[in-house]
Write a protein that binds this ligand. Structure first.
Ligand SMILES: [Zn+2]
Length: 92
């Protein structure tokens, strides 16, 4: 049986010594530190909020722009391709 302080067995969040419940997922000693029991009668969107906060922190800002390439790189790529084609055509 898990006892604070230590890492939460459900979500891995550090649980301080005086804590009665995990600050990350809300699991506590009464629920046996199991996620399913922890959410009984506790309808808070903590997990989703923590995930978004984690992503934002991990990638340093807006996670939705992570995969978007900046337009200047597209322009650079197109210019390089065009220059390559010109060089190829002139080189023949
Ligand atoms: Zn937890």
């Amino acid at each position: 049986m898990f006892k604070p302080p230590g890492d939460c067995p459900v979500c891995g969040e550090f649980v301080p010594k005086q804590a009665k419940a995990c600050p990350g997922c809300g699991a506590d000693a009464k629920s046996g530190w199991q996620e399913d029991d922890a959410h009984d009668g506790l309808d808070l969107p903590d997990a989703e909020f923590d995930y978004n906060a984690f992503v934002a922190e991990e990638f340093g800002g807006n996670p939705t722009r992570k995969t978007n390439l900046h337009p200047v790189w597209w322009i650079t790529a197109v210019v390089l391709i065009v220059l390559g084609m010109i060089a190829f055509l002139l080189g023949r």
